[in-house]
Design a protein around this ligand. Sequence first.
Ligand code: PTJ
Length: 246
Amino acid sequence: MHKIPATHPRYASLMKREKLVEGIEAGITSKQGLIAHGRGEAFDYLLGERTLDSARRATEFAASLLLAAKKPVISVNGNVAALAAKEIVELSELINAPLEVNIFYRTEDRVMKIKKHLKKHGARKVLGDKPDARIPGIEHARAMVDRGGIYSADVVLAPLEDGDRCEALIAMGKKVITIDLNPLSRTARHASVTIVDDVERALKNLISTVKAQKQKGKKEGDYNNKENLREVIKEIVNRLKEKDLI
Ligand code: PTJ
């Protein structure tokens, strides 16, 4: 890993790049994952690289959905495994949801490497290496799922999801929670709940929110994803105005 001084003003962002490069070297992350991350970085810059109030509202609702779910499942790809393995495993334990490796640029070697990586971080149940069902209406590899996992889940947490699959999961009657820095992406617009934030920050917040809701009881209430995405854009614009940039 390249040594980044902790005093560097862009330390957190540069460390994420290092984690992804390590993910590639370990055969966990796809090369295309670097391009996807670059797009995410650009949006994170607009957010001010911090969690917006609208993301906190989405997180509250996502936590209540996960706690109320009969069969929650967490979908993991090569970017999530490289950036937030510890957090995704902790969340899976907390809500008793299996992890399922589900990747767009699928190779069996990469599936096994991601599975091993998650196990090394303490995961007990990792599905995805023996898919035995298909999501209807999808041609690519992300259609291949586990019948006892994503296929029969009622709530799927799928960070950095693919727009097509998000729509297809919703069409199957599932609730889809996604984490995506791009509030304009097809996934962001089709999901039941979109947390517009960096995956590591979002998962840390989701973990603490689930813990708090477990203690204090769930905070149900109204939530409208399209409305919340509007709030994201407003928060971005307001911040740029405050900085006298527009
Ligand atoms: O491991 P694989 O084969 O499943 O591939 C994973 C990627 C992410 C390469 C694949 O799913 C893909 O091509 O994704 P997309 O369609 O480019 O979508 C990725 C979305 O995630 C984009 O909208 C990015 O803005 C967003 N994103 C990128 N990095 C982050 C992020 N969102 C949250 N946190 C990030 N760190």
